[in-house]
Design a protein around this ligand. Structure first.
Ligand code: GLA
Length: 402
């Protein structure tokens, strides 16, 4: 065979491999994650129904293109140590479920843990990283959430264990987005991208509540997670997202993981705030409510396409918190087309009025202030002034007026 041809072929293949390995996740993943609603009581029928509801509700068209299977799918290993799905919960197997999703233009995420057991006590991947990555690839999995229960607390072990799976996924022959989930305990924003992570959880699990009223650090509400994640904006960007955990919109205090630790439920205003703030911070948007039975309020939150556009904006800048006092938070997020997204949160228990000034936001000139929840321009010029309800977040898209 001609030597030049072989050399060209080699270069071509090398390029392909590099292209595959360096493809970053251009915007934060979106979809529906099974944990908050089902806990580990998942099965293929319910997950298919959620996929169908994702489509019929219009959520898929709005950008939610993943079904993420969380903990509880595992049925141990076979006699060759290949991971298998629980045959009662998933009688058709995970590959068939992935096909179901792909046939409908959706993707499928799966879950494991960097120890011998997962958080809920199922078979996990330590020591089987390459074999499990190959299994996930052979099932056509598109995303792996990789948890850290039952693993040693130190950072070095975490880096080694995450990199082992990150490398294994790269070798698997399939682009599988790698979601690192060690709850921010070892500051993964400093090292998770090197371990192959496309995103990383920054906090312990969210509960379905506005804020933690205890000292239990595993009982976080929306505001607690906001206060951690908001400080990490400089670490986030395309292919390296801060993951502020699941959305709780529409759960209304449902018993189960998000209802534990005082998760009594939130008001729709609070759910709307979480959605707005997570969108501003480029967190992945994982809905977790029962999509088959959604009320109008939940739908109008999850399906706010203008808000989703802020989250998915091509520039990939996480909003910066420019005001942070006991009442007010202001967030500023530049957008790819030159517009600016501004969020204003009233953290207090009282209705209050506030004036946003363009110059305080670093903006010269006049702007139209389009309100993303009222769906109309609510001010023109150098300022916006208005009333904000307790726990409400107003979001504006500012466009310069010539
Ligand atoms: C941990 C994670 C959760 C969920 C459960 C599953 O708590 O942080 O998001 O995946 O494990 O057991």
């Amino acid at each position: 065979m001609n030597k030049n041809f072989l050399a060209l072929l080699f270069l071509f293949l090398l390029n392909q491999t590099n292209a595959q390995q360096t493809t970053s996740v251009a915007s934060a993943p979106m979809g529906w994650m099974s944990w908050n609603f089902f806990g580990d009581k998942i099965n293929e029928k319910d997950l298919k129904e959620m996929a169908d509801a994702l489509i019929s509700s219009g959520m898929k068209d709005a950008g939610y293109n993943f079904i993420f299977i969380d903990d509880g799918w595992q049925g141990g290993r076979d006699n060759k140590n290949n991971m298998i799905a629980d045959p009662v919960k998933f009688p058709s197997g995970i590959k068939a479920l992935a096909k179901y999703m792909h046939d409908r233009g959706l993707k499928l995420g799966i879950y494991s843990d960097a120890a011998q057991l997962t958080c809920a006590g199922y078979t996990a991947s330590l020591g089987f990283e390459e074999q499990d990555a190959r299994t996930f690839a052979s099932w056509d999995i598109d995303y792996l959430k990789y948890d850290y229960c039952h693993a040693p607390a130190d950072s070095n072990t975490a880096k080694v264990r995450y990199k082992a799976m990150g490398d294994a996924l790269k070798k698997s022959g399939r682009k599988i987005i790698f979601g690192i989930c060690e709850w921010g305990e070892r500051k993964p924003w400093h090292w998770a991208a090197n371990a192959g992570g496309d995103l990383w959880r920054t906090t312990f699990d969210i509960r379905d509540k506005w804020k933690n009223l205890t000292t239990n650090k595993n009982a976080l509400g929306i505001l607690d997670i906001l206060d951690i994640n908001a400080e990490l904006s400089k670490y986030s960007g395309p292919g390296k997202w801060n993951d502020a955990d699941m959305l709780v919109a529409g759960l209304y205090g449902k018993k189960g993981p998000s209802g534990d630790e005082g998760g009594v439920g939130c008001t729709d205003t609070e759910y709307q705030s979480q959605f707005s703030l997570w969108a501003m911070m480029n967190s992945p948007l994982y809905a977790t409510n029962d999509l088959r039975n959604m009320n109008t309020a939940t739908k109008s939150i999850l399906l706010n396409k203008e808000m989703i556009a802020i989250n998915q904006d091509a520039l990939g800048n996480q909003a910066v918190r420019t005001v942070n006092d006991s009442i007010w938070n202001v967030f500023v997020k530049p957008l790819a087309n030159g517009d600016m997204a501004i969020a204003l949160l009233n953290r207090s228990e009282h209705t209050a009025s506030y004036q946003l000034n363009a110059k305080d936001l670093g903006l010269a000139g006049n702007y139209s202030w389009y309100s993303l929840w009222e769906h109309k321009i609510s001010s023109k010029g150098k300022k916006w002034k208005g009333i904000v309800q307790p726990h409400e977040t107003k979001v504006f898209r500012l466009k310069k007026i010539k």
